[in-house]
Design a protein around this ligand. Sequence first.
Ligand code: PEP
Ligand code: MN
Length: 340
Amino acid sequence: MIIIMKMDAEESQVQETIKKIKDLGFNTHLSQGENRTIIGVIGDISSIDESDVERLRATPYIEEVVRVSKPYKLVSRAFNKEDTVIKINGTEIGGKKIVVMAGPCTVESEDQIINIAREVKSSGATILRGGAFKPRTAPKDFQGLGEKGLKFLLEAKEETGLPICTEVMDTRDVNLVAEYADILQVGTRNMQNYALLKELGKCDKPVLLKRGMWATLKEFLSAAEYILAGGNENVMLCERGIRTFSDFTRNTLDLSIVPVLKAESHLPVIVDPSHGTGRRDIVKPMALAAIACGADGVTIEAHTDPEKAISDADQTISTADLHALMGEIKYISRMFGREI
Ligand code: PEP
Ligand code: MN
């Protein structure tokens, strides 16, 4: 169960509410976001009498009491019926808007990222993606340029005006990455890195949380709950493919989770057809299908010379193909009543 305090509720009233819950025999979790204070009631709430819930509802400084028995509350539709819209500079993510993030898998050099950023900008995509800290399967693989890569991303942003989305893998790097990035990405391998999620909960930058390649719906939303519970309400959920027996793609892009996430949660949903398939020849149809099934945007790996990309070359489309794809994304977005 969650208790949403009125905007002008005083600290003493928050404490009084917590005491009432404790007197009923439950523990609480306090979340003090920028806009609202929420008290989560921990435990089996089925034993709470409806008359106690009604008494809480009637309290003048309490806005709403929502009974939710799922492990995730703050991310749930029950908690917030309105779509969360995340604002980054001039770009909005969520609601009616469709966002396209594009760029290389990894930042390779100053020239590479600036050239790609110019192409991303002229294609009409609105966010530049690119990794400076790379989660590579083998330690011998290129690990990314680290802070130097972040500096190159910032130069690309200054050149084009595109906000940056880049990955953070380590709690020790959160502040550093947040200095440069507009969106902090949590990769599939770190979806259940709870120390990292808690640190991001304290961060004031939006987070793109990628679904663990093994994760169930409940595990995915519970991971997002960690970030919101820490006070950061600006989280995007990203479907990026899961491991299945199917072997013609790198991962199986689970588009069926998109409408389910939209029904279960108010957070924006982004689809990654690049990692989701591992094949540049099917990035386009999957990107279009993602918009058709209700995603709020896509993130796409694109490069001026995809064959030569240091990482994920097989799934990286050319920036020329990105231009063409943007035209089709615009078309399908409008068909479904979305704005781009
Ligand atoms: C990425 O987007 O660069 C990435 C590494 O993605 P994932 O964590 O989904 O593999
Ligand atoms: Mn990649």
